[in-house]
Each structure stands twice: as C-alpha cells, then as structure tokens.
Design a protein. Structure first.
Length: 198
C-alpha cells in the first residue's frame, strides 16, 4: 500500500477541503489511523472505495470509543471504521471521525450507502454509544429493547437500580439493587436461591 504521506496527498487532491490527521494507534496494532473531519468523512471513504490504488471494498468493523472530558479538552465519541481491499489483498485503513458527546450533537455521516455491511454495525454504535448516523436506512436499536433510555457503553453510564426485568438475576445484581434501593421482586430472590442450590 502507499506510504502515509502519499495517502495524505492523494486524499487532499481527491477531496478538496478534507481535514486529515494521522495518529498512531495502539503499539500492539502498529497501525496509523486517519482522523477525518465530519464534513468530509463520506467523501474520503468513497475515495478509498473507488480509487484504483486502494479499492477498499470491505468494511470489516465499525465501532465506537468514548473519551470523557479532561481538564484541557472536551470529551467526544470516536467512530472507527476498518477498511480492507479483498480485490487487492491489502489493508486495513483505519478511518476515524469524532462527534461531541452531547446526544443532540452526536452525529456522523453513515457509510452504509458505501458498504452495506456497515448497517448493523452502525446500529450497534447508535444503540450502545448514542451516535446518530445521518443517511442510515434503518437506524434503530439492535441490542437493547426499544424502551431502553440510555447508551450502556458510554463511560458515564449508570446501571439502573430496578432489575425486575432481568430474567435470572445473580448475587451481584441483587446486591446492587438492594444497595441503591431498587426493586428486588421476591421471585428474583427465589430464582437466585434455586440457582445456588444446584
């Protein structure tokens, strides 16, 4: 694959105005990731899919990462895409885009129109992190139930005190519910006691 500097030059030429930042990933991954600005994410992704030097025809992973605010900078949710070229047997290219943590502003463009495989994975990031993907064909929860009000992979998520909905509560769950004054139905205690005796 092209060296990083050439990749940057190719993006800037193909997608005018795109703001690209290269950051080192974890030492174990030994990859450089491209952080792309919100406005140009779709254009940069389309470039990687269509340019004959890259032909990134497969998006293997879409996930979110929650960065809490620090004293010197605001927090954000980072959406991460791993792109591969099956045709050219190369990759990954790691694309990242950042959105504010505030739920009403936590939006990024959907890449589902480019890679159909992004559909369920973007739904998962929406469900667990609260990221809204503009242009997604069917953005709704995929793991949590429709009435669930929060996004449990956010670092400031607080589990509910009421565990009445949990079909087989275990000791830690029951203890936490008692601790915070949640509802612990008698049937849950009976089920936990039966499980202990087995």
């Amino acid at each position: 694959m092209e060296p990083i500097e050439k990749i940057r030059d190719a993006i800037v030429q193909a997608v005018p105005g795109a703001k690209i930042e290269f950051i080192s990933s974890t030492p174990a991954a030994q990859q450089t990731a491209l952080v792309v600005d919100h406005e140009h994410l779709y254009g940069v992704a389309k470039f990687f899919k269509e340019d004959p030097r890259f032909l990134m025809d497969f998006c293997s992973c879409v996930t979110g990462v929650d960065y809490l605010p620090k004293a010197d900078k605001p927090g954000y949710i980072e959406v991460v895409y791993h792109l591969y070229s099956v045709a050219l047997k190369q990759g990954p290219i790691v694309l990242k885009v950042r959105a504010p943590r505030e739920l009403d502003q936590c939006r990024v463009p959907s890449l589902t129109p480019l890679w159909r495989g992004c559909e369920f994975q973007e739904r998962e990031a929406f469900d667990l992190y609260g990221v809204k993907f503009d242009g997604h064909p069917d953005l709704r929860r995929i793991l949590m139930w429709d009435e669930f009000k929060d996004h449990p992979m956010r670092k400031d998520y607080v589990p509910p005190a009421d565990y009445e909905w949990e079909p087989t509560p275990h000791d830690e769950t029951l203890a936490r519910a008692r601790e915070v004054g949640g509802v612990v139905p008698p049937s849950a205690i009976e089920e936990a006691d039966k499980a202990k005796k087995k």
